[in-house]
Ligand binder design. Sequence first.
Ligand code: GCO
Ligand code: MN
Ligand code: MN
Length: 388
Amino acid sequence: MSDFTPKPEHKFTFGLWTVGSTGRDPFGGPVRSPKSPAELVYLLGEVGAYGVNFHDNDLIPIDATPAEAAAIKKDFRKALADMGLVVPMATTNLFGDPIFKDGAFTSNDPKVRSYALQKTMRSIDLGVEFGAKIYVFWGGREGTETDSSKNAALAIRRNREAMDFLCEYVLDQGYDLKLALEAKPNEPRGDIYNPTTGHMLAFISTLAHPEMVGVNPEVAHEHMAGINFMHGVAQAWESGKLFHIDLNDQYPGRYDQDLRFGSRDIKAAFYLVKFLEDVHYDGSRHFDAHAYRTEDYEGVKDFARGCMRTYLILKEKAAQFNQDAEIQALLAEINADDGSMAPFAGKYTPQKAAALKEQAFDRQAISARGLRYERLDQLTIDLLLGAR
Ligand code: GCO
Ligand code: MN
Ligand code: MN
């Protein structure tokens, strides 16, 4: 039996808001009593997590006095030291307070936009104080219910202005910090700007400091949009922009479920884990999910352990896939190359183009070949179901 015990090198992290969720939803109040940030660190240490991430106000309530803030930070710091946990990422809550009811950086009100910048700079300072190297931006309220309310192009420009401002702030402070933008198509707003990872990648390329900014894709967010998550992750990776990742699960076409990682679409989770492991992604594996509302804190631990265990099981399955002789033989067959097209490969030259235009192709012979993907997929299913 394999060992699926989480270890620090797996870089499993959870947000304070994930295991700290009290189960509140739009239809009912809390089902679990709140725990302090320090208590949550002890819980995460007990289940074997490597790190913990926070929003400014998960750690320090928005109206805390300086003395209260200092006391909370002291307890939190002690819990981190006691459990050997780190803080790889931090973020700002730009969605909870009523001031953000119409967005933060994209609000029509200049006072809201300025307050959002102030809150983010202070929150960046707090994250850096605890060692964060990645700073996430999730613009949950940056959107609309009615498009008569905002100019969508102006909203993108305002968002850019804010990101450019904050990059300069980070540089000015000399912080060793990268920014990661997280897309979501809707919830809590009717529609959110930059709704997918692909939109975010395009947006990043328009910033003044694109080298400082990457993405934080989330399984549930792309599944809500009916998109293949791993493809978006691969695109981000390929362009050097996969700075962080939010793992959870989600049925398409439903409310934001934040399910335990791998609990809904095992196959999608498998291809994702396989991708991350194959390319040696070395960032945090951050679980941005919630325990079912039916659970007490023992159930929350079951949930957290389950996220990490499923990841490690799928990691082992990915290694098995890579070593499976029959699967690898099929892949070799699928990728067969007789070398005859080598003269046309690679960079453009006028000679290549001219020769290629003259080349004859036997379309029927080429397309007559069956690709054996049915067999390959069934082998994958057998492997995932433990039948190989
Ligand atoms: C959500 C988001 C958030 C963000 C978090 C960190 O759907 O609510 O995923 O959990 O990830 O605010 O930026
Ligand atoms: Mn989410
Ligand atoms: Mn998230």
